[in-house]
Design a protein around this ligand. Structure first.
Ligand code: NAD
Length: 492
């Protein structure tokens, strides 16, 4: 186990940089306890990290793919071996239960392995040859990538960028969120140790560091996961040097429950509950608004409450009976509570779900009682905004057309789900605007690292995971060798 109050540092050019000053990361389940300490790096530190990544790029990008893969596989093994320690650290700084932290490490490893298994095939040169000559289509590394990750899934949303970027021959400077900086630092350290100096660098901080990472001329690409508002600042900062970007942003995912959904299917109902409340609802791709065909609405609500009461057990992240832990930070907890209060003050019915396992822990930490919100309108903030917390509204609709219209009535389009008989559900799914639509499941339960993931509309630009997630870190470079390079219409 890592020491109780671990201190992590920046890593620049293969060296841990010991800062004089550190910030404490509180434990959200017990805010009087500190989970560990991290530095707030300066603009100068960030520039040094970018310079180191820039200097390391030529040798790294020319290194044989086999060697890059071998180094990444060694890092994967180290992370696997350290899973028990990493999951405890992650739960302590994040507030989520141990099983949930272990799940996040599992997804990270699955993706890193997929990237290693497929990099050679996906990124290899394509060669076309015919009577007109020969063309080589190469996938070149882009250069220095700035990776910026959020607090909700700090490990998987960092490794989702590190593995493909490095395997494709890029170097990187990564900045995690100050709201979950510890476990990800240990994972980055394990990967950086296996790489030549400067290939993977780590800096900590907020907007000052973020601004440098997104505007510095030596940065070629930005890989950002976080809020849509932050992404707008990033796009402006990057505009002067036309950086390439992958943006994975907010979502307000709809679950559309059709008239032929079997409300007595307990397993399906449990999956829906999990897809609303896993990680206390703090997942970009969680179902954040449920629309139910009016013909089954009343029975659906009763059965939903029954299933939620069975699955939801709120308590200390280290208690193995707990399914939902604390909210990651006070601002987030206050924000979610204010959305629920606002709805209740307007006349909505708020139904408390599940069991609080330990009232003392609940009262001490940033906990919210999970809730269902009924009797709201589609333009109420709890429906229109991304709540990112343990509450979900259910609204009725009349017929598929209205269900589709309501699901699409959002500036976001990350994931979505349709619940009902498969053929019917697929027909409806085809008309929903989203990067992924799942049938009779939702959120991480339907996630598969082999296939591309990302959002439409204001939920993002580009894709992570799958082959597209590897190609996203390359520039296409065509080398043309025509047999006869002379153009027929140009006079001798
Ligand atoms: P956030 O946008 O507040 O912060 C994300 C990261 O950006 C942090 O590391 C933060 O320090 C950094 N940052 C802040 N200001 C910056 C600036 N001006 N320049 C550069 N970097 C800056 O997001 P958050 O609160 O950490 O995460 C929650 C949000 O992330 C939600 O909206 C959620 O939906 C979204 N999210 C999306 C996905 C996805 O894959 N689409 C996954 C997880 C989370």
């Amino acid at each position: 186990m890592y020491e109780k109050e671990i201190t992590v540092e920046a890593i620049i050019n293969g060296e841990k940089i010991t800062s004089e000053k550190h910030e404490a990361r509180e434990n959200p389940a017990h805010p009087d306890q500190t989970a560990g300490f991290f530095p707030l790096n300066t603009r100068e530190d960030t520039i040094r990290a970018i310079d180191a990544a820039h200097a390391a790029f030529p040798a790294w990008t020319n290194m044989a793919m086999d060697e890059r893969i071998e180094r990444m596989r060694k890092a994967i093994q180290k992370i696997k071996d350290a899973t028990p320690e990493i999951k405890e650290l992650l739960s302590r700084e994040h507030g989520k239960p141990l099983y949930d932290s272990e799940g996040e490490i599992g997804v990270s490893l699955a993706w890193m392995e997929f990237a290693c298994d497929n990099a050679k095939e996906v990124l290899k040169n394509e060669v076309k040859e015919d009577e007109n000559g020969k063309t080589i289509i190469a996938r070149d590394g882009i250069g220095v990538v700035s990776a910026i990750s959020p607090w909700n899934y700090p490990l998987s949303l960092s490794t989702i960028k590190i593995a493909p970027a490095l395997l494709a021959g890029n170097t990187m400077v990564l900045k995690p969120s100050p709201l979950a900086p510890l476990a990800v630092s240990k994972v980055v350290e394990m990967i950086a140790e296996e790489m030549p100096d400067g290939v993977l660098n780590l800096v900590h901080g907020e907007a000052e560091v973020g601004k440098e990472l997104t505007s510095h001329p030596k940065v070629a690409k930005i890989a950002f996961t976080g809020g849509t508002e932050t992404a707008k600042h990033i796009m402006k900062a990057a505009a002067d040097t036309i950086k390439k970007m992958t943006l994975e942003l907010g979502g307000n995912d709809a679950a559309v429950v059709l008239n032929d959904f079997d409300v007595n299917d307990e397993r399906a109902m449990r999956r829906l509950v999990i897809s609303n409340f896993l990680t206390a609802g703090q997942i970009c791709m969680i179902a954040k608004r449920i629309y139910v065909d009016r013909s089954i609405y009343d029975q659906f609500v009763d059965k939903y409450i029954e299933a939620a009461n069975k699955w939801i057990r709120v308590g200390d992240p280290f208690n193995e009976n707990v399914t939902i832990g604390a909210v990651n930070n006070k601002n987030q907890a206050d924000h979610v509570q204010s959305l629920v209060d606002q709805a209740e003050n307007k006349g909505a019915e708020v139904v408390k779900l599940g069991t609080i396992l330990d009232e003392d822990v609940f009262n001490e930490g940033y906990y919210l009682h999970p809730t269902l919100v009924l009797g709201v309108d589609d333009d109420d903030p709890i429906v229109e905004e991304e709540q990112f917390g343990p509450t979900v509204p259910i609204l009725p609709f009349d017929g598929d057309e209205e269900g589709i219209e309501l699901a699409n009535n959002s500036i976001y389009g990350l994931t979505s789900s349709v619940w009902g008989k498969e053929d019917h559900a697929v027909k409806v799914a085809e008309r929903i605007q989203a990067g992924t639509t799942m049938i009779n499941t939702a959120a991480v339960q339907g996630l598969d690292v082999r296939f591309p993931f990302g959002g439409v509309k204001q939920s993002g630009i580009g894709r992570e995971y799958g082959k597209e997630g590897l190609l996203a870190y390359t520039d296409t470079h065509v080398i043309n060798i025509p047999k006869d390079g002379d153009l027929p219409y140009i006079p001798e």
